[in-house]
Design a protein around this ligand. Structure first.
Ligand SMILES: Cc1cc2nc3c(=O)[nH]c(=O)nc-3n(C[C@H](O)[C@H](O)[C@H](O)COP(=O)(O)OP(=O)(O)OC[C@H]3O[C@@H](n4cnc5c(N)ncnc54)[C@H](O)[C@@H]3O)c2cc1C
Length: 383
């Protein structure tokens, strides 16, 4: 399609149709605004998509499990009415080991029973571990649905900042220490303080690096552990689930609601430049009172906007130093890394029942951790 160099006028133009861009477009349209969404790829969804990787076989190609999708968003946008159904995952992780396996999930007691096979001490410490994360997650949860203060903003932003600081001040000294640790330390250091057993640390350590492409020894990765108790599925806190139909079911439901609200979504159109009040694509320009960027900051500030007008050179250097993994648009990206002997392990775990094995693959286990996935401290430092 060509715009024939005609400048279309919208109240808002959203660049990128990831789940955040689609959600934003829905709320803006609900508020009565005329909204346009431009998506570079042929499908909406960004990292939350379901695609065919082999004729007849579809999977979630990047993000694969749900918990952080706000219940408020699901309700406000009537996503269940567009077919979205999320089922709980009975297990979080399955760690095959040389002489057995470790399962995490299925409730505190079930996980404690698993941990006890490796360390009685770790099993006993598990409830306190969850409690320490929960205390911090509760504070962050309360902030998640509020507009964050704008750095350098006016009095209203200062008041917002003070209100958030007030929440943190209510934490006791132990919780404040935990908060600082979770935001600054590595997952490995954090977990070593809590647990003595290597398999237990490995199973949790994986949670801290999945999708983040960092070593569990990297400072700051402890924060990712919080994500695993921060969310909810069908009203149950700290649980992760699977969207039936893959992650694309979420973004397809969002797109359906956006269209119902009158949002124009156009795929296969990359935004090349963002200027004052308009975006430039190869098809022409789209004008809007507000441009909403649902793309990463590196792309936004270094390529799409005129960065020289926005900030000083030091920030550009900082942005350039952000490492991003390249995920090719056409790669199959199957989400299940399979160890050579994994099927044997699963067979053993599922009691030889093929139906059970199929169930593990379908909903039971979000991700299989294979020993090769877990860098040793030595390897991580080398890398
Ligand atoms: C491998 C991996 C696994 C993950 N697993 C999980 C998980 O299991 N659960 C979970 O909750 N989170 C997971 N995450 C994180 C989660 O997927 C992301 O936080 C989330 O998808 C971000 O959504 P978004 O809408 O902000 O951006 P994105 O999903 O990145 O969407 C950005 C959109 O902008 C489009 N775009 C880019 N440039 C342009 C342009 N110039 N013009 C127009 N459009 C453009 C892109 O094509 C894309 O569709 C994972 C991330 C990765 C990388």
């Amino acid at each position: 399609m060509s715009y024939d160099a005609v400048v279309r006028k919208y109240d808002a133009c959203v660049v990128g149709a990831g789940h955040n861009g689609l959600t934003c477009a829905c709320y803006l349209a609900k508020a009565g605004l005329k909204v346009k969404v431009l998506e570079r790829r042929g499908v909406v969804g960004g990292a939350a998509v379901t695609e065919e990787f082999h004729p007849g076989f579809r999977n979630s190609v990047a993000a694969y499990t749900v918990s952080l999708l706000q219940a408020k968003v699901i309700d406000d946008l009537g996503l269940a009415g567009h077919g979205l159904r999320i089922v709980e995952r009975p297990l979080s992780n399955f760690l095959p080991l040389e002489n057995g396996y470790l399962k995490v999930g299925g409730g505190v007691e079930a996980t404690q029973r698993e941990f006890a096979r490796f360390s009685q001490r770790d099993a006993k410490r598990l409830p306190s571990y969850w409690k320490s994360l929960e205390r911090i997650a509760d504070v962050l949860r309360a902030m998640a649905l509020e507009t964050p203060p704008n750095v350098g903003g006016g009095v209203r932003d200062l008041l917002r900042l003070l209100s958030n600081a007030g929440r943190l001040k209510k934490l006791d000294m132990g919780a404040r220490r935990d908060l600082l640790g979770l935001f600054t330390r590595s997952a490995a250091d954090w977990l070593e303080d809590w647990f003595e057993s290597e398999p237990v640390r490995a199973a949790f350590g994986f949670d801290a690096v999945v999708g983040a492409y960092a070593s569990p020894y990297h400072p700051g990765t402890a924060y990712v552990l919080l994500h695993h108790c921060f969310g909810e599925v069908n009203g149950k806190r700290g649980i992760w689930g699977h969207a039936i139909g893959g992650m694309g079911a979420i973004t397809q439901a969002l797109a359906a609601e956006a269209r119902r609200l009158g949002v124009e979504i156009e795929c296969g159109v990359a935004v090349e430049k963002i200027l004052d009040g308009k975006v430039v694509t190869r098809n022409g320009e789209v004008a809007a009172r507000a441009i909403v960027a649902n793309v990463n900051p590196k792309l936004l500030f270094l390529e799409l906007v005129d960065s020289a007008r926005l900030f000083d050179a030091r920030l550009a250097v900082l942005l350039r130093s952000i490492k991003q993994p390249a995920i090719a648009d056409d790669s199959p990206r199957n989400r299940i890394p399979v160890a050579p002997d994994l099927l044997c392990v699963l067979h053993q775990h599922a009691g030889g029942d093929l139906g059970n094995i199929a169930k593990c693959f379908r909903h039971g286990i979000g991700y299989f951790v294979v020993p090769q996935d877990i860098p040793t401290r030595h390897a991580a430092h080398e890398g």
